[in-house]
Design a protein around this ligand. Structure first.
Ligand code: 13P
Length: 283
C-alpha cells in the first residue's frame, strides 16, 4: 500500500521506535526491500536520490516500478516513496507530479532564510496533494552520489525556526552523522537532538545511518529519531556477496544470477535493521 510518511512516522515517534528509509537503486533492490519488510510486517520508506532517479530513467519510471511491484508482489505493508535530498523546488515538484508520496527538500547549503523560503514553497505545493515534506538544517557530511559535503552541526534555534515557519512534517537536523563510510567513530550530539525534540515534538530524521553502532541508534531513537536513512550498509552487504559469487563462479554470466547473489546478504542486513529500530509488526 503506497502512502505518505505521516502516520508511520508519527506512530513511531509517539511509541519510540523508528522507521527505516532504505535507498533504492534498481528493480532488484526495490523487490528485495519490499519482500523483506512485508515478511517482517514493517512499514518502510523507499528513498530515491536524484542520482538514482537519473540512473533508473526518470521520476515516472521509479513511480511505475514501485507501484507495479507493490501490486504484483501483493505488498500490504505501508510503503512511502520518498525523494531523498531534493536539491531544488523544481525537483520536488517533479517528484510530487510523478506520484512520489513524500519529498525531502534539502536547501541546507543555503542561508537559513533561503532554506525556509524554499522549504515553504515545497510545503505549499505538496501538502494540498497529501504529500509529506522533510527538510534539513545544518549539513550532513560525507559523500553521496559522488558529491562530497562538509559536516555542519544544526543549531537548535535554526531547527525550531525551519520547522515552525514552514509546516514541514519531519526534520533532519545534522548532528554529527555523515553519508557513506565513517572515518573514526560517529560523534552524534544527543543533547542537541533531545533539545530539538523537546521543542518541536515532531519526528526527527537521522541521515547517514550506515556504520552507526546499535547502541547509538537506540539512544538516537530515545532522543526523538523516528526515521533512519540507510544506503551504504545495503550497498556494502550486496557488493561483498556479489564479489564472492563472481570470484567463485567464473562461468556464470546470467545477470539475474549475478545480481541475485546479493539478495540474501541484503535481506539479512534489512532484517537486522528492522529488529533494531523496533518497527517489526508495526504495519
Ligand atoms: P548512508 O549511505 O550513510 O547510509 O546514508 C544514507 C542517507 O542518509 C540517505 O539520505
Amino acid at each position: 500500500m503506497l502512502v505518505n510518511a505521516k502516520k508511520m512516522l508519527e506512530d513511531a515517534h509517539r511509541e519510540k521506535y523508528a522507521i527505516a528509509h532504505f535507498n533504492i537503486n534498481n528493480l532488484e533492490w526495490t523487490r528485495f526491500i519490499l519482500e523483506e519488510c512485508q515478511k517482517l510486517n514493517s512499514p518502510v520508506i523507499l528513498g530515491v536520490s536524484e542520482g538514482a532517479i537519473r540512473y533508473m530513467g526518470g521520476y515516472h519510471v521509479v513511480v511505475s516500478l514501485v507501484k507495479s511491484l507493490i501490486n504484483d508482489l501483493s505488498i500490504t505493508i505501508p510503503v512511502a516513496l520518498h525523494l531523498d535530498h531534493g536539491s531544488s523546488v523544481e525537483s520536488c515538484k517533479k517528484a510530487v507530479d510523478a506520484g512520489f508520496t513524500s519529498v525531502m527538500i534539502d536547501a541546507s547549503r543555503y542561508s537559513v532564510d533561503e532554506n525556509i523560503r524554499m522549504t515553504k514553497e515545497v510545503v505549499e505545493y505538496a501538502h494540498p496533494k497529501g504529500i509529506t515534506v522533510e527538510a534539513e538544517i545544518g549539513h550532513v557530511g560525507g559523500e553521496e552520489d559522488g558529491v562530497a559535503d562538509e559536516l555542519a552541526y544544526a543549531k537548535v534555534e535554526d531547527a525550531i525556526r525551519l520547522a515552525k515557519e514552514t509546516g514541514i512534517d519531519f526534520l533532519a537536523p545534522a548532528l554529527g552523522s555523515v553519508h557513506g563510510i565513517y572515518k573514526g567513530e560517529p560523534k552524534l550530539d544527543f543533547r542537541r537532538m533531545k533539545q530539538i525534540d523537546d521543542a518541536l515534538q515532531m519526528p526527527l530524521v537521522l541521515h547517514g545511518g550506515s556504520g552507526i553502532g546499535d547502541d547509538l541508534i537506540r539512544e538516537a531513537i530515545r532522543c526523538g529519531i523516528s526515521k533512519l536513512n540507510i544506503n551504504t550498509e545495503l550497498q556494502l552487504a550486496w557488493n561483498q556477496a556479489v564479489r564472492e559469487f563472481i570470484e567463485s563462479n567464473e562461468n556464470v554470466y546470467d545477470p539475474r544470477k549475478v545480481i541475485k547473489a546479493g539478495e540474501m546478504a541484503m535481506k539479512q542486513a534489512i532484517d537486522h535493521k528492522l529488529q533494531l529500530l523496533g518497527s517489526v509488526n508495526k504495519a
